[in-house]
Design a protein. Structure first.
Lengths: 220, 270, 229
């Protein structure tokens, strides 16, 4: 199910190879294992399921996101990842369709070779699509780094990202390619930010195409 | 009537104000609340600051302790910011149980301090592999009226610049630590990042420096930190999708704030 | 095969039709202002002249009024039974909703019983409610199912085997006699003469998920040949 062939519009954009296994977990309502290069994440979705009374919302479904690191207990960084993914899902999912229920998203990190957050967002999106959860739009996460001489490297592997001056992780929606979420590390100026944004936005198209490819391959 | 209207239709009440280009507290969309800083008010701490951003009130005290460095970074000290949100500051927090907001704010603050390269952690080293300073920045929020990260960041920077560490010498041969509290030196704070929290109402109005009430009505909250005219942190965790112009506007507003806050900081710490 | 849709996409085909006549939007489609958007990923289906929906893969059941489901009685609470139908909430079933039931003559239902029932209330704001009678007070095929074997499958598989064009059940019938109750909530109950046959029927149903109609016939013949030779 690889997707290394871009069409002409994106021919100069190089993302690491995307591979996805659809519904690798038999018990969950929807799941996806996504690898981007050597970074791998497995995401699973249950929903809509029963909600705990304390989290019950009268008008919306409650989202319950759980991020599990590769080893050990979740750290503070993992908690903030969890929070970002939760907010992204809240934006993307039509929560008003299932009031007083909960949608549970579980993310298991398998391997982090840079670009983990972006890979996790994409895996969650694929899991939501597989689980038949109603969404306003799909989202695509793209990671890039800033190197010396204002050079922006798109979706670097772990070796390339060693000497990064700054990291950018953008999440785009599939409608207008607007920015749903941003997370940055390191210092940069506005021009550098805009460069990274432009490159990542263009690259998000490849990910959206990948989603479509995965869905059309799925026998219904 | 206004009170009841606000209670029943908080969003609508707010929207009515925004339609005439003003916020309920009389500010325009991009106007900041007045800030106030007081440093060194906690005498028992090694460095401290109290910061007010509108009604938001945070206290930061720095406690310096001697510690053994990590094996992976033998010549670096530690800077540990922790934000505490108690029921004192807002009814939405409860005692005891771990607080998600506090964890997230602390993580964001830590990221900003690292990204902006505020302190040279190597300067906190007293003796390589044996002894370093560990600076615990405990931030307590007394009143939560929005933008706690912004206030906390100002407080940490002010407290760091106010910090005076006693002279410590270490004799490696007999492993003896001698502390001379009569001589106290400040440390070099390389940069002073300033963060700005913005929110979006109804998916289209961008509002700077929101109060807690405004935050609760928002469709998106984002935090941008800047440092010497460069951006050093952007966190937009979901919410309303932004086009490039909206994001540019947010960054511009954040850059504009830096000067005024730095001026205030420099005045206070003169 | 028609177009594959991803959530957020506008469906211009429907918008075209909507210009001249009313359209009915089924699952996976929603309207915002003047455009029709997909909200689930899958294939756009059309039933002439004006019905549209998206066929998407789903495992979790969302109650829909009028559908027949298989549920397990989990609780007896006063006048009602609580029934697990695999949705986000347990459904309720009044003890009067059985054929011939009166206040004095209660139906004999035990905890853990398997029921085939119809949803009469299924709204996102209300608790789902089941009945085991039709509108004339007759039980028809509804009620408690005894013996047999239940298993879960995806909602798509249920839709597929209940489709008029699906040859599975007819082809299987030709090979051996059995009873089957298919719940729209992704649960299937089967009862055949022997355990061997029950397992064969169950596996045959599960195997049809990704198989074309022609292959289904072959598959059923195969099963028959293996079982009875």
């Amino acid at each position: 199910m690889g997707s290394d062939t871009g069409d002409d519009a994106y021919s100069d954009i190089h993302l690491r190879a995307l591979n996805c296994e659809v519904n690798p977990l038999t018990r969950s309502d929807g799941s996806a294992m996504l690898t981007q290069g050597e970074t791998a994440v497995i995401a699973s979705v249950y929903g809509p399921v029963e909600v705990k009374t304390q989290n019950l919302q009268i008008e919306n479904a409650t989202l319950d996101v759980c991020y599990r690191p590769k080893t050990g207990l979740p750290t503070i960084t993992d908690r903030s990842r969890e929070n970002v993914i939760k907010r992204i899902c809240e934006t993307a999912i039509l929560t008003a369709l299932h009031p007083r229920t909960s949608i549970v998203v579980v993310i298991q990190e398998l391997e982090n070779r840079s670009g983990l957050e972006a890979c996790a967002v994409n895996a969650v999106c694929l899991a939501l699509l597989n689980g038949g959860i109603a969404m306003k739009f799909t989202v695509a996460g793209v990671h890039s780094i800033l190197k010396e001489n204002d050079e922006i490297v798109l979706d670097p592997d772990s070796k390339e990202s060693i000497n990064a001056l700054a990291h950018f992780t953008f999440v785009f929606d599939s409608l207008q390619r607007n920015v749903v979420a941003v997370n940055t590390q390191g210092k940069f100026n506005m021009a550098q930010y805009n460069d990274a944004l432009t490159i990542c936005r263009a690259a998000s198209g490849k990910i959206f195409e990948f989603y479509r490819e995965i869905i059309s391959k799925r026998p219904v | 009537m206004a009170e009841q209207y606000k209670l029943i239709h908080p969003s609508k009440y707010y929207r009515d104000y925004l339609n005439v280009n003003i916020r309920p507290d009389g500010r325009e969309f991009d106007k900041l609340r007045p800030n106030a800083i007081n440093v060194g008010s906690i005498t028992t701490a090694d460095g401290s600051a109290i910061v007010k951003v509108g009604n938001t009130n945070v206290v930061c005290g720095i406690r310096a302790e001697l510690a053994k460095p990590k094996a992976s970074t033998p010549d670096q000290g530690f800077l540990v910011p922790t934000i505490e949100l108690t029921p004192l500051c807002s009814p939405k927090y409860r005692t005891g149980s771990s607080n998600e907001d506090a964890e997230l704010y602390s993580a964001a603050l830590n990221d900003i301090l690292i990204n902006a390269d505020c302190l040279d952690l190597k300067k906190l080293c007293i003796y390589k592999e044996k002894l370093v300073w560990c600076l615990y920045c405990d931030i307590s929020c007394l009143d939560h009226d929005g933008c706690v990260i912004d206030a906390s960041l100002i407080a940490v920077i002010a407290a760091l610049r106010n910090l005076k560490l006693p002279k410590v010498s270490y004799d490696a041969e007999i492993e003896k630590i001698s502390v001379d509290t009569s001589i106290r030196e400040s440390i070099e704070v390389k940069s002073s990042p300033v963060s700005t929290t913005l929110m979006v109402f109804d998916d289209n109005v961008i509002i700077t420096d929101p109060t807690a009430e405004e935050e609760s009505l928002s469709s998106c909250i984002l935090t941008i930190a800047v440092c010497n005219g460069e951006v050093c942190y952007i966190l937009k965790p979901g919410g309303t999708p932004f086009n490039s112009e909206q994001m540019d506007l947010c960054i511009k507003r954040a850059l504009a704030r830096e000067k005024s806050v730095l001026k205030l900081l420099n005045n206070v710490l003169k | 095969m028609s177009a594959v849709l991803v959530p957020g996409e506008a469906v211009s085909e429907i918008e075209e039709v909507a210009k001249t006549k009313k359209v009915v939007l089924g699952p996976g489609l929603r309207r915002t202002n003047d455009s029709v958007l997909a909200c689930k990923a899958g294939v756009l289906c059309k039933k002439a002249p004006n019905m549209f929906w998206i066929d998407s893969y789903q495992r979790r059941y969302v109650p829909v009024r009028g559908e027949c489901v298989l549920g397990v009685v989990t609780q007896k609470a006063g006048d009602i039974f609580r029934v697990d139908i695999g949705a986000h909430e347990q459904a309720c079933l009044s003890y009067l909703a059985f054929e011939g039931a009166t206040k004095k003559n209660r139906p004999d239902i035990q905890l853990g019983d398997l029921l085939y029932a119809r949803l009469v209330v299924a709204s996102r704001d209300l608790e789902p409610e089941l009945v085991c009678v039709n509108s004339h007070g007759k039980k028809e095929k509804l009620g408690v199912l005894n013996d047999g074997f239940v298993f879960n499958c995806s909602i798509n598989l249920v839709r597929k085997i209940l489709n008029k064009n699906c040859p599975l059940l007819q082809a299987l019938q030709r090979e051996m006699p059995f009873e089957v109750a298919v719940g729209m909530n992704g649960r299937i109950w089967i009862k055949a003469k022997t355990m061997r046959e029950t397992i064969a029927v169950g596996n045959a149903i599960l195997a049809t998920e990704f198989v074309s109609n022609d292959d289904i016939r072959k598959l059923c013949e195969n099963i028959g040949n293996i079982l009875f030779t």
